[in-house]
Design a protein around this ligand. Structure first.
Ligand SMILES: [Zn+2]
Length: 314
């Protein structure tokens, strides 16, 4: 069944890029609403932005969604990952500023807030997106693919020149509390030699060693070190899950990406909603019943074709 929050949650924090202090309130919402952001500091009726892939307007360093009134909300990905990871299908996220608080740079504080109030089952079934055949996008050497699988799996590979980050590959089946134990605590990261320039360009103004890992060549500047030996690839998985949550349903399939980023992730979702014969919506019970009995269902059941046109980068 679909789930929403048991009660509202309030929090005040700063945005990573704007540095602005923002008051945030997560509220329960009725079935089939999805996740919807609302800017409370703009005039009534102009601040609503559904958290959907076709509302993504910028992907440089974070995922930003916007609406037809030019209202935007940035750095939504860590909160979106937490909501998906905790099984929250429907919620309203109110903010009085342009960016979601960065918390400690991971999804764990959002998970803690959600788990503190709990979630409640609603009177409508959850549906999932079942991948029938591979969908891929690439950009130079980077690529992202959604492939058929009988579970929800994610594999991400990173390869950064600074040796403190380096080359890592991690593959996880997203069952039970794997998101909470293996992914949610992984923090965002940045590079010391880029900070000055980024701040000049208006990024990372709220960044500090309390909300990001700072890498300088072959060493980590944060005194406490890393939370996982491979925290960087785990955070990339977190980012991918937050971006994939913008499809508005769990994905039954295998997401595989090499050197992913927010732009590539959004390109993949645009391709997914362009190739609507490559997948279908399926109730989770129906999925369990069909596995090993009938094979993938015939295509053409996709109800939400979105507004996007092909951004095929194959
Ligand atoms: Zn991130």
């Amino acid at each position: 069944m679909q789930h929403t929050l048991n009660e509202s949650i309030s929090y005040v924090g700063r945005g990573l890029h704007t540095g602005h202090k923002v008051a945030m309130r997560l509220r329960p919402c009725e079935v089939n609403s999805g996740i919807c952001f609302v800017r409370k500091d703009v005039s009534t009726g102009r601040g609503m932005i559904p958290a959907r892939w076709h509302n993504v307007v910028t992907t440089r360093l974070c995922t930003v969604i916007g609406n037809e009134h030019g209202v935007q909300i940035g750095t939504i990905e860590h909160l979106m990952a937490a909501l998906r990871g905790c099984g929250v299908d429907n919620a309203i996220i109110e903010l009085d500023g342009p960016e979601v608080p960065i918390m400690d740079g991971s999804s764990e504080p959002f998970v803690s807030l959600i788990e503190r109030v709990g979630t409640v089952s609603q009177a409508a079934p959850r549906r999932a997106i079942w991948i029938h055949r591979p969908i891929a996008v690439c950009e130079g050497e980077k690529f992202a693919v959604l492939m058929p699988d009988t579970t929800t799996r994610i594999t991400v590979e990173i390869n950064f020149a600074p040796s403190a980050v380096g080359h890592h590959r991690l593959s996880l089946e997203l069952v039970d509390d794997v998101f909470q134990t293996e992914i949610a605590r992984a923090r965002t990261f940045g590079f010391a030699d880029q900070i000055q320039e980024l701040r000049k360009q208006g990024f990372s103004r709220g960044g500090s060693l309390r909300n990001a890992i700072l890498v300088d060549g072959d060493h980590i500047i944060n005194e406490e070190g890393l939370r996982f030996r491979d925290e960087f690839v785990r955070h990339k998985i977190l980012d991918c899950l937050g971006d994939l949550a913008l499809v508005g349903a769990p994905i039954l399939g295998h997401f595989y990406a090499y050197k992913p980023g927010h732009e590539l992730n959004n390109a993949l979702l645009r391709q997914l909603f362009y190739e609507t014969d490559a997948w279908s919506y399926l109730g989770v019970d129906e999925f369990d019943r069909l596995i090993g009995v009938h094979g993938p269902p015939a295509g053409g059941e996709a109800a939400d074709t979105g507004k996007a046109r092909c951004s095929n980068k194959n």
